[in-house]
Structure formats: structure tokens, C-alpha cells
Design a protein around this ligand. Structure first.
Ligand SMILES: NC(=O)c1ccc[n+]([C@@H]2O[C@H](COP(=O)([O-])OP(=O)(O)OC[C@H]3O[C@@H](n4cnc5c(N)ncnc54)[C@H](OP(=O)(O)O)[C@@H]3O)[C@@H](O)[C@H]2O)c1
Length: 302
């Protein structure tokens, strides 16, 4: 297939690109086109001869989003509209990459048909973008607790944040250097989620667009976990020194003014049944991440 991937230089996008190229032999078009420029997006998709579009790019800047609500709306909802419309005009599948943060954090094990109830601007913009994608006959792939390698910038150190993304990489980076690592705990951060692996998410999205599927899909493994349990599992999987791990509250500045969903656990059972994609355990996801980190090659989850 020939597939347009927006945000291919980012963390999740680089995993999608690598899966499409290395596992499926797809031709990937990941040229950076300003997603807020309607004419540029329409011209790009119209001239690409692509078979599908996966829209993963994002304005990933919390301060900028809050400082300029118009720019934030344009970069999320309008950009989704431009790509979804352009894909619909060519009658090719469209998949929007979304998030478990469309939930408020009280619902637990949300299924693909649990209605969103976002509690912050990011979640709201992603939920609004989902509606646009679905209204235009597209698909939504919600990723959660994304771990793995940033294939476009593999050596850039990762930092823990109030979400679950990068959590394992930040812990492993620290412990491999013999540096103590404090696992943040508290009611005011994302404390429970369903981990995934970036490449695994890419495989789900490949199945979605290859099958021309519509609707909502969840990209995560079979288990939800707390930050503490995930840290303990990562120490075991990467054979690290667990005595360097401490537990404590997140520094207040790391989430100042933010409302963060507490438990964003998802169920991907329906997605797995629909697409035939695997539902790995946390241990299997961590083994696969270690393989990717140490070999530079994608793991195959079954
Ligand atoms: N990371 C996670 O744990 C996580 C969790 C849940 C959901 N997600 C979802 O995954 C997707 C990607 O997130 P990420 O963490 O991979 O983000 P990221 O690493 O910050 O990558 C963002 C990408 O978007 C591109 N981009 C930014 N502004 C653009 C513009 N105006 N026009 C075109 N491209 C633009 C960036 O390109 P440049 O670098 O060239 O600016 C980059 O390739 C998002 O939809 C996000 O909601 C991620």
C-alpha cells in the first residue's frame, strides 16, 4: 500500500512508519505539510496517489494550546477535517490517531463504544476530532500508555510526565545510568492505564486502513496497571537494579493548572476480535520493547 502518515517524525508516527515499511513493505509518504493549511493538505492528498491516510500529527505543546485556543482548534479539529475530507474525496480509508485521555479517568476499562467525557483541553480537542473523523466515514485508533522507541530520535532521553507515555523509557534510561528514579504517584496524575507499544499501535492502524474499517479501535494490551506495578514489571523485564526506584508525588510544576484523568484504562477486546490483532500482557509488551531497544528491529507480537 501507499500510505500518507502525518507526524511521521514524532514518537508514535515514527513507529507507524517503521511498521508499515519494515513489516508490510508499504510506501510511506510522510512529507511534512502544514496540517493547518487546508489548501496544502488537499493538494498533498490529491496528488499523492495514496491508498490511505493515517493522521498522527499533533500540536504537542500544552502551553501553546492554552495560550491560543484558535491555533489549538485549528491544529486538532480543523487539521483532522482537512485530512478526513481529502481522504473522502479520493474515497480512501482515513484513520485518526487518538488517545485514552478522551475519558475523564473514572470510567475504568472503557470499551470502544464507551462515550468520551474529557476533562481537559487536549482531551476535548481529541474527542471533537474523533467526531469529525467518524462523521466523514473514517476510523479512530485510540492509543494509550504508549511505550517503545522513538525511531526518528532513538537516543533522545525521555522524561516522566503526568501521563503514561514514555514512562518505561524514562525509567530504563535512568536506571541504566545508575541514576535513582522516582515513580510519581498521586490522585492528581494519570495513575492507571493500559500500556501499549508504539509498534503494536502501528500494526492495529495498518489493519484498520488495509481493511477499510470504520469506527473506533483501541490500541493497547490486555492489562491495565498502576505506575508502581509497571515500574516493577519494567525492572524485571530489563533486569535492572530495583533498589534505585523510589516512589513519591509528582513535582507540582509538572501538572500545574491541569486536570488529568486518573484511571484511563481501556479494553481492546472488541478491536482484537474485529481485526484479529494480538492482546499482549504487560510482560509481553515489555519484552518486545526490550527487543526493539537492544536490536533496533521491530518485535512481532502474537
Ligand atoms: N505519546 C503518547 O504517549 C500518546 C498517548 C496518547 C495519544 N497520543 C497521540 O499520538 C499522536 C502523536 O503523538 P506523539 O507523542 O507521537 O507526538 P510528537 O512526538 O510530539 O510528534 C508530533 C508530530 O506532529 C508534527 N506536527 C506538529 N505540528 C505540525 C503541523 N502544524 N503540521 C504538520 N505536522 C505537525 C511534528 O512534526 P515536527 O516535529 O516537524 O514539528 C511531529 O512529527 C497524537 O495524535 C497524540 O494525540 C500519543
Amino acid at each position: 500500500m501507499k500510505i500518507i502518515v502525518t507526524g511521521g517524525s514524532g514518537f508514535v508516527g515514527s513507529n507507524i512508519v517503521k511498521v508499515l515499511e519494515d513489516h508490510h513493505g508499504d510506501e510511506v509518504v510522510s512529507t511534512r505539510v502544514d496540517m493547518t493549511d487546508a489548501d496544502a493538505v488537499a493538494a498533498h492528498v490529491a496528488s499523492s496517489e495514496a491508498d490511505a491516510v493515517i493522521h498522527c500529527a499533533i500540536l504537542n505543546d500544552w502551553d501553546a494550546m492554552h495560550a491560543d485556543r484558535h491555533a489549538a482548534w485549528a491544529a486538532y479539529v480543523e487539521a483532522t477535517r482537512y485530512y478526513a475530507d481529502a481522504a473522502a474525496d479520493r474515497d480512501i480509508p482515513f484513520c485518526l490517531v487518538s488517545t485514552d485521555w478522551v475519558y475523564d479517568g473514572t470510567q475504568q476499562n472503557a470499551t470502544e463504544d464507551t462515550p468520551p467525557n474529557p476533562i481537559n483541553l487536549y482531551g476535548f480537542l481529541k474527542a471533537a476530532s474523533e467526531i469529525v473523523a467518524l462523521d466523514r466515514g473514517g476510523a479512530v485508533a485510540r492509543v494509550s500508555g504508549v511505550n517503545g522507541t522513538h525511531w526518528a530520535r532513538p537516543t533522545t532521553p525521555r522524561l516522566q510526565d503526568p501521563g503514561f507515555g514514555y514512562f518505561v523509557a524514562s525509567l530504563v534510561d535512568s536506571l541504566e545510568q545508575g541514576t535513582p528514579f522516582t515513580v510519581w504517584e498521586g490522585d492528581d496524575i494519570n495513575s492507571v492505564a493500559s500500556p501499549s507499544l508504539g509498534s503494536m499501535c502501528g500494526e492495529v492502524m495498518r489493519s484498520v486502513v488495509a481493511g477499510g474499517h470504520q469506527g473506533i479501535f483501541h490500541c493497547c494490551g490486555s492489562e491495565s496497571t498502576s505506575r508502581r506495578a509497571l515500574a516493577e514489571a519494567a525492572v524485571a523485564a530489563f533486569e535492572l537494579d530495583g533498589s534505585l526506584v523510589n516512589y513519591g508525588p509528582a513535582p507540582a510544576e509538572s501538572f500545574a493548572g491541569q486536570r488529568i484523568p486518573h484511571d484511563t484504562s481501556l479494553s481492546a477486546v472488541s478491536t482484537s476480535e474485529r481485526l484479529g490483532t494480538p492482546l499482549p500482557s504487560v510482560a509481553e509488551l515489555l519484552r518486545a520493547f526490550r527487543h526493539e531497544r537492544e536490536t533496533g528491529e521491530l518485535a512481532r507480537l502474537r
